[in-house]
Design a protein around this ligand. Sequence first.
Ligand code: NAD
Length: 335
Amino acid sequence: MKIAVFSARPYDRVSLDEANANCGHELVFFEPRLAPETASLARGFRAVCVFVNDRLDAEVLKELQKGGTHLIALRCAGFNNVDLAAAKRLGLTVVRVPAYSPYAVAEHAVGLILALNRRIHRAYARVREGNLALDGLLGFDLHGRTVGIVGTGRIGAVVAKILHGFGCEILAYDPVVNPECEREGARYVRLDELFRGSDIVTLHCPLTPETHHMIDDRAIEVMKPGVMLINTSRGALVDTRAVIRGLKSGSVGHLGLDVYEEEADLFFRDLSEKVIQDDVFARLLTFPNVIVTGHQAYFTREALRNIADTTLANISDFEQGRACPNIILADRVVR
Ligand code: NAD
């Protein structure tokens, strides 16, 4: 099938080309993000392959459908960037990659916790300047600390397992109890109880209208003073302005972000020669107790390979009229 691949970085091309050796699709790579200004590039492509910051609102979906697109293949798990109601109206099929490596994201979240706690980001810069003093680098034992995991699906469960190994107490919040987490010693509590009792809060739930800005002024107010917040899930789970207020007052002691609510215009590109126009983001970068990574938690060799294999298998299933296990929304007509 002829596929327009948006937001294609060089590493995407490599992994998709490798996986395509067994599939024989025609892949055409476009570096820009899918947005109203770029949607016309997809004209004549039956399938469009997109990533986390591509915009699939009603306007873009309509343009895609007019141009002959029938299938939207997400090469990610989250689908908060797709207007599913509009896709349904337009008769588009939407598929995704529900799981490619929960380990990649969980390990990155734990990496942020360790780096923030032991100030590894600061120690790295200091030692290179010949400063081997320890002042300002004091951390705490993770052993015996309480970690609150919000969302205990695939990724949250791996985080629970790793942190259980560190000797942490685990509090969990999820509308669905995961027995695997309970086996790791996690205790399911109400969300406000989790906020109240945790030294570290790490987010692993999807972005939905219900979870939008779940970390706001009110949530921070009930948390332990100096709490560490980690978000490797979706940016808009966190009200960034509220967290900045928390960092300024000391209510938030550490912040580790792999995602940011306005990341679409910033992430996945080299802006080192440019002036960052987003003042909220720029302010975040000034805190010594904040680490921001650019949506790289998923970025392991294993994950890229699994993403490419599953994406192309989803497209082949659609093309050949087979039942696809990774369908979010099915077209009215089975093709
Ligand atoms: P998953 O579907 O396996 O688990 C999500 C869990 O969140 C489920 O158990 C669900 O019941 C729970 N949940 C739903 N609503 C909730 C709520 N209101 N409060 C608490 N929990 C709630 O998904 P996953 O594979 O574990 O991925 C989790 C999230 O991680 C994804 O939604 C995605 O946004 C994010 N993610 C980020 C990256 C990255 O590179 N940073 C990569 C992959 C996924």
